[in-house]
Write a protein that binds this ligand. Structure first.
Ligand SMILES: NC(=O)c1ccc[n+]([C@@H]2O[C@H](COP(=O)([O-])OP(=O)(O)OC[C@H]3O[C@@H](n4cnc5c(N)ncnc54)[C@H](OP(=O)(O)O)[C@@H]3O)[C@@H](O)[C@H]2O)c1
Length: 366
């Protein structure tokens, strides 16, 4: 059996290790990719530091970017040598933090000209999360292709992106702006406000400002017809840091989509984390507020998204400059294990602000 190196969790809050895992030959429409770049995400930290949804040893990572090295007999779009990127998460064989990932070709996009793999790998997880959360949880239509004269039904209502500087938040603002939403509100540290305004946020607020909630409510009253803020995407999911203020702004009839898990207590070098999966229990919600937990892992239930979101829409939006990649913080290290561990440590120290932690996976890439 051929094997390759993978980075694995071995226990709660334990240092990562390298294990040899089977190299899977692609079948059907699968392809095998030499993983060259990945982006670490908070889910890696949740999984390593609490065991959330994992059984150790577990290969981590859901953002894959690299080169196709082998194709299955039914693969139609991809060829050996293609540079690709995608959100791949369902099983050990397609996780990202290993030298080779074997996955279906419809989870991968071809890298458009003019972009690096390190830039492109900031998209997949976040891009898919935005489409899934906005359509399934907030009930918005995001037609593709977008008709030239498309105007969304609630184009002028206030829509709040809490955590606009997070990776998901940055793509959410850019995508909502593209679809014609006018009154996009965003919370972020002040240093990110200009960038988020350039992406399409009309109103920006500092979430550390003790008056943020009243300022948002006052502005929302001026722009919309509905009470409070009728549509809210919480890209942070922190019980005290985002859900508690959001619950004060969501009035009867509002829909709130919260990225799971609810972080009751963040992991740090000295504290163990606590998570919760029921958003209804995370705050005292007004009557008739529809608060929902976002689960991007179900996005394949939508047949159109399954076949088009990653292979077609994602690279097209990059090429057309509808979205720009997140800024990247390059994580250095002599080996794959050192880079993976450095990224995990940076996540635990909450070092990423408005940027994605990206690192080279396989040492054998071109
Ligand atoms: N359930 C799902 O389907 C799903 C999918 C994707 C992500 N998630 C979850 O969503 C969360 C965010 O993921 P991500 O990758 O987008 O995170 P990220 O990019 O690592 O988030 C970092 C940003 O969070 C912002 N932030 C931290 N605390 C905040 C607060 N209280 N209010 C507003 N902004 C705050 C910081 O903003 P400033 O720089 O402005 O201070 C920082 O830039 C994670 O818990 C992740 O696991 C869930």
């Amino acid at each position: 059996m051929t094997t390759h190196a993978a980075v694995v969790t071995v226990g709660i809050k334990k240092p990562l290790e390298i294990r040899q895992v089977p190299t899977i030959k692609p079948e059907g429409d699968e392809v095998r990719v030499r993983v060259e770049w990945t982006a670490s995400t908070p889910l890696d930290l949740h999984q390593n530091d609490s065991g959330l949804l994992v059984k150790h040893p577990q290969v981590l990572g859901d953002g894959t970017a690299g080169t196709v090295v082998e194709v299955g007999p039914d693969a139609k779009r991809l060829r050996v040598g293609d540079k690709v990127f995608g959100f791949t998460w369902r099983s050990q064989q397609e996780k990202a933090h290993q030298e080779f990932c074997t996955t279906n070709e419809w989870l991968l996009a071809k890298l458009p000209e003019g972009f690096t793999l390190a830039e492109a790998v900031t998209l997949p997880n976040n891009f898919v999360t935005v489409f899934h959360a906005l359509t399934v949880d907030l009930g918005l239509e995001l037609p593709w292709p977008k008709p030239a004269d498309y105007v969304p039904k609630d184009a002028e209502e206030a829509i709040l992106i809490w955590g606009g500087a997070s990776s998901v938040g940055q793509y959410a603002i850019q995508i909502l702006h593209y679809y014609g939403y006018i009154n996009i509100f965003a919370t972020a540290s002040k240093k990110h406000h200009n960038k988020l305004r350039a992406y399409g946020a009309k109103w920006t607020f500092d979430y550390r400002d003790p008056h943020a909630v009243s300022s948002i409510l006052n502005t929302a009253t001026l722009v919309g017809k509905k009470p409070g803020v009728p549509l809210i995407l919480d890209c942070i999911g922190s019980k005290s840091g985002s859900i508690s203020p959001i619950a004060k702004m969501a009035k009867r009839g509002a829909t709130v989509a919260i990225l799971l898990p609810v972080v009751v207590k963040d992991s740090s070098e000295t504290e163990d984390p606590e998570y919760e999966m029921d958003v209804r229990k995370a705050a005292q919600w007004d009557e008739e507020v529809d608060a929902r937990g976002v689960r991007t892992h179900f996005y394949l239930d939508n047949e159109f998204f399954k076949h088009h979101l990653q292979p077609d829409i994602m690279p097209m939006m990059l090429t057309e400059k509808i979205v720009e990649p997140n800024a990247q913080r390059l994580i250095e290290g002599k080996t794959m294990l050192e880079r993976a561990q450095a990224a995990m440590d940076a996540l635990r120290r909450k070092e990423a602000s408005g940027e994605r932690l990206v690192w080279r996976v396989s040492d054998e890439s071109d």
